[in-house]
Design a protein around this ligand. Structure first.
Ligand SMILES: NC(=O)c1ccc[n+]([C@@H]2O[C@H](COP(=O)([O-])OP(=O)(O)OC[C@H]3O[C@@H](n4cnc5c(N)ncnc54)[C@H](OP(=O)(O)O)[C@@H]3O)[C@@H](O)[C@H]2O)c1
Length: 265
């Protein structure tokens, strides 16, 4: 298992050890979160798996010998239920993986306010609330790793995914500010920015992925890269890595980026 080899974080006064012994993984019932839970278990980590789909969670829990909690993260107070169950079952939590999320596609001018509110609740408020609930114990220990799954759409806004892009952009600011705030206190904050990943995400949002390029990448690859990045204490990881090139063009020559995006979509 190359992903979960022993390393110490680059930041923090009391770097957390790696691999983690305990983890909370949201979105563990499907896609990227599921693959992360499997990899963590293969490295000997005990996890609390978080999702809504009880049958899917049972299957991952059986494969990982993990615990599970079925909860709607958009519900107020759900983060308290997750944090207290984690403390009860796992004790100290070494790693928090926030992968739960949902997409939405279609023109923004006809998107319902309810759909916008749900996206914000799941993609923005829920990871913030869960980090808020679990951070004090990590700070008390002077140890902990936080891994947030954002999206390339949060760095390069995608047409037809206006609200989704905005929620993922919020995670860029959240992770940056949080990292700065906890710097030197033993906590690392890693943001993963995947491109197109082969998961049920597109089916669930009701709009299949139809472009011929870029090709969807396997969820297991994203899970592997993001856990390795969390293990290094890296601030960010782009999967696939070439996405960073597009982001650099966007930052350095925005007019060129907009022209290219207009041509290639
Ligand atoms: N797939 C992509 O192309 C792609 C690209 C960039 C970023 N991402 C991000 O990657 C993350 C994982 O997505 P994925 O591709 O793995 O999609 P996925 O297979 O659809 O998994 C989404 C996960 O989020 C959970 N979830 C959604 N709403 C929830 C709620 N209200 N309460 C609790 N759990 C909830 C789902 O749990 P249940 O099924 O149990 O409800 C599921 O485990 C998301 O944050 C997504 O935005 C995905």
């Amino acid at each position: 298992m190359t992903v979960l080899t022993n390393r110490t974080a680059r930041t923090g006064t009391a770097p957390a050890t790696w691999p983690p012994r305990t983890a909370v993984v949201t979105g563990a019932s499907s896609g990227i979160g599921r693959e992360a839970a499997l990899l963590l278990a293969a490295g000997g980590c005990r996890s609390l798996l978080v999702g809504r789909n009880g049958a899917a969670l049972d299957e991952v829990a059986a494969a990982t010998e993990g615990h599970r909690i079925s909860v709607d993260l958009s519900a107020a107070g759900s983060e308290v239920a997750v944090a207290s169950r984690a403390s009860e079952l796992l004790g100290d939590v070494d790693l928090l993986v926030c992968s739960a999320g949902l997409g939405a596609a279609g023109p923004f001018d006809v998107m319902s306010p309810e759909a916008i509110a749900e996206l914000v609740a799941v993609n923005v408020l829920s990871p913030m609330a869960l980090v808020r609930a679990m951070l004090p114990a990590m700070l008390d220990r002077g140890q902990g790793r936080i891994l947030i799954v954002g999206s390339i759409a949060g760095a390069l806004g995608v047409r037809g995914e206006v609200a989704y892009s905005a929620t993922k952009a919020a995670m860029v600011g959240f992770a940056d500010a949080l990292r700065a705030e906890v710097a030197g206190r033993g906590i690392t904050v890693t943001l993963c920015l995947p491109g197109v990943v082969d998961t049920p995400f597109f089916h669930r949002r009701g709009a299949p992925y139809v472009r011929r390029w870029p090709r969807p990448i396997p969820a297991a690859l994203v899970a592997e890269r993001m856990l390795a990045a969390a293990g290094r204490g890296s601030a960010e990881v782009w999967v696939p890595g070439w996405l960073l090139g597009a982001v650099r063009i966007h930052g350095a020559v925005p007019s060129l980026y907009r022209r290219l995006a207009g041509v290639f979509g």
